[in-house]
Every structure is written in structure tokens, then in C-alpha cells.
Design a protein around this ligand. Structure first.
Ligand code: SF4
Length: 336
């Protein structure tokens, strides 16, 4: 924005003012920027527009501290989702990074949409700002766990990361932004070279290569051994622990043998395990039962792993990624 102002033959600090108005104060028109000269505001408004993506649907779950899911329409009419998730100690916003997704993971509603296009960093930040403008509580965390594979749109995702974490703008802590991936080894190594690499969640799907290939037809082409090497490099370079997320489905990956194989695969990777219960909204898998989840978690704990059983949140608001967008397009296989 400094460069933009210099291009207009103005002082660079006007760029910093513009940045603060948009990202810190959430201004959605140049008229609000009262410390910019009137003629500059008119010049800016003649050349550019600022604004937030349109919220076309908003659903809040039942009960106190429920998640709220948003369906946004972007300037070209494409639709993406984001979710506001309040908890006792944090408020997280889950953001999308692509319109649809090319990876076609069989448990995922977004996979059914196919990839339409990448989101720009401005669109990603716009969805955050639109939720912040509505949010009853201060947002402390961001996860890229919505529609799309963030590592497949790394440049724009990391440009949005810079804006989200700029202390003169939105000001989130670097340590409070997390990327979730189904696994692209080369991109994981590329991410490690950024000045502030985010925390990483690796969605493993299964500790068995063959099964993983069936569940993740695209990402499963990279073997678990390749993934282990890339994640070990990432952990070593960034000094971050990796979170291994396993979406557990009945009869697919919920046995004690699966738990032991997962433990063996993790080996000496500095990692903790998040177990999530399959949401039963897309694909052909069945929701794992509570007891199987607990047995699985207990076995990992017995083997010395740090394991968290994630509470299933947002089942009543179609919170798994892509469900709202798929529903709005009447995509087959997604429950109404
Ligand atoms: Fe894409 Fe992620 Fe869904 Fe897989 S799980 S299809 S990578 S959005």
C-alpha cells in the first residue's frame, strides 16, 4: 500500500494509514478514512473498491458457544465457506483457500465439487474480515482447514498469512495460525523456508498406504514413508510439533491394529494425534462409535502418544468443509 501511494505521488505513510483502516479498523469505504485528505479519498475511490465478500448463508448450531458457519459469495459469484468456532480459551476461524478442490478425498464434500479456482489472498483475508465484523468475541486463531488444499495455493495462502499476522493490521500471533494438509511433500519443504512457518496438521486418513490411496486418490500417491520424511524435515527446521489428524470411520480405520500402526508410523516424529469422528455427511463411510474412538485413543496413550479426542462440533451446521457449498449446489452424496 506504501508502493501504491508512492505511485500516486503521495507520501508512503498514507499507505500505512490505508492498511490500518482496512485491516485493523475494518473500514469498508474510503469515506470512513477521515485522516486521509478528501482529494486522496476521492482519487482512491475512483480507482479501487474495498469491501467484504457477501454472506449468502449463515447457520449457527444449537447450544451455548456453538459454531457458526458462513457461506460467502465472491465477486465472480463463486462460493466458499468459513466457520467461526468459539471455545473457552480461544476463538478460531476456519478459512477456505480454494473454490472447490482437486484432491477428491472420498470423505470430503469439497472433493465432490472439483477445483474451480484458487482464492486470492485478498479474498481469503476478506472472509476473515467479514467474520470479524460480525464476531461477538475476539478471534485468536485461524486454521486453513476449510475448502481446498492450502499447500496447493501456497503463495496466496502465505500472502494472506502475512496480512493476518501483521502487527499493524489484523495482528494475529504467528503461532496461532495453522495449515491443514492431506500431504504434498515438496510444498511442505517449501513452507518450511518461509520466515514464519505456520503450524502444520497432517490429515493422514489411514496408517496403511493401500487404504490411504483409496481414501485420498490424489494425495495418497505420496507414500506414508515420503510423508514421514517431509514432516520430519519440517519439524526439524521449524521446531514445531506436527499434529497428525485422523478422521475415524466405523470399520475403516478404527481398530486397535490401526492405532498400533499409526504409533509405529509416527516413530520419532515430534507429533501429537488428534482423533476426529467422521461426520457422516459425504462419501460412503459410517460414523465411528464413541467406544471405538475411546479404545483407539486409550491404545495410543498406552503406547506413550499424546492424543486428543476432538469433540465433534458443528454436525448440525454441516461444518465439515464443503458441505454448505455442496448443498447449495445440490451436489449428490451430501445430506440435506
Ligand atoms: Fe480437498 Fe481437503 Fe477435501 Fe481433500 S479433504 S478434497 S484436500 S478440501
Amino acid at each position: 500500500m506504501e508502493t501504491l501511494m508512492v505511485g500516486l505521488k503521495r507520501k508512503p505513510f498514507h499507505g500505512r494509514q490505508l492498511h490500518a483502516w482496512i485491516h485493523r479498523h475494518g473500514a469498508t469505504s474510503f469515506d470512513e478514512m477521515t485522516d486521509l485528505a478528501k482529494d486522496l479519498r476521492v482519487e482512491l475511490a475512483d480507482r479501487w473498491t474495498i469491501g467484504l465478500p457477501k454472506i449468502v448463508e449463515q447457520v449457527t448450531g444449537e447450544g451455548q458457544d456453538s459454531a457458526t458457519k458462513f457461506l460467502f459469495e465472491l465477486a465472480d459469484g463463486e462460493r466458499v465457506e468459513a466457520v467461526y468456532i468459539p471455545a473457552d480459551d480461544r476463538v478460531t476461524v476456519c478459512l477456505s483457500s480454494q473454490v472447490g478442490c482437486a484432491f477428491g478425498c472420498t470423505f470430503c464434500a469439497t472433493g465432490l465439487l472439483g477445483l474451480k479456482r484458487n482464492m486470492t489472498s485478498a479474498e481469503i483475508v476478506g472472509t476473515f474480515l467479514a467474520i470479524r465484523a460480525w464476531a461477538p468475541k475476539r478471534i485468536s486463531n485461524v486454521v486453513f482447514m476449510g475448502m481446498g488444499e492450502p499447500l496447493a495455493n501456497l503463495k496466496e495462502v502465505m500472502a494472506s498469512f502475512d496480512v493476518l499476522t501483521d502487527p499493524d493490521g489484523i495482528g494475529l500471533s504467528h503461532r496461532k495460525v495453522t495449515l491443514s494438509t492431506v500431504g504434498l511433500p515438496a510444498k511442505i519443504r517449501e513452507l518450511a523456508d518461509y520466515p514464519y512457518p505456520p503450524k502444520l496438521v497432517f490429515s493422514i486418513a489411514s496408517p496403511r498406504d493401500e487404504q490411504r490411496k483409496r481414501v485420498l486418490p490424489v494425495a495418497g500417491r505420496f507414500s506414508l514413508s515420503e510423508m514421514h520424511d517431509a514432516l520430519s524435515d519440517y519439524a526439524e527446521k521449524t521446531k514445531h510439533w506436527i499434529t497428525i489428524a485422523l478422521l475415524v470411520a466405523d470399520g475403516l480405520n478404527d481398530s486397535l491394529e490401526d492405532a498400533r500402526m499409526l504409533h509405529k508410523w509416527i516413530g520419532n516424529l515430534p507429533a501429537k494425534v488428534n482423533l476426529l469422528r467422521y461426520n457422516e455427511a459425504a462419501g460412503n463411510f459410517r460414523r465411528a462409535d464413541e467406544e471405538a474412538m475411546e479404545r483407539f485413543a486409550a491404545e495410543l496413550a498406552r503406547l506413550g502418544r499424546t492424543v486428543v479426542l476432538r469433540r465433534s462440533r458443528g454436525r448440525d451446521i454441516s461444518a465439515a468443509c464443503g458441505q454448505l457449498a455442496a448443498r447449495s449446489l445440490n451436489i449428490e452424496g451430501v445430506k440435506k
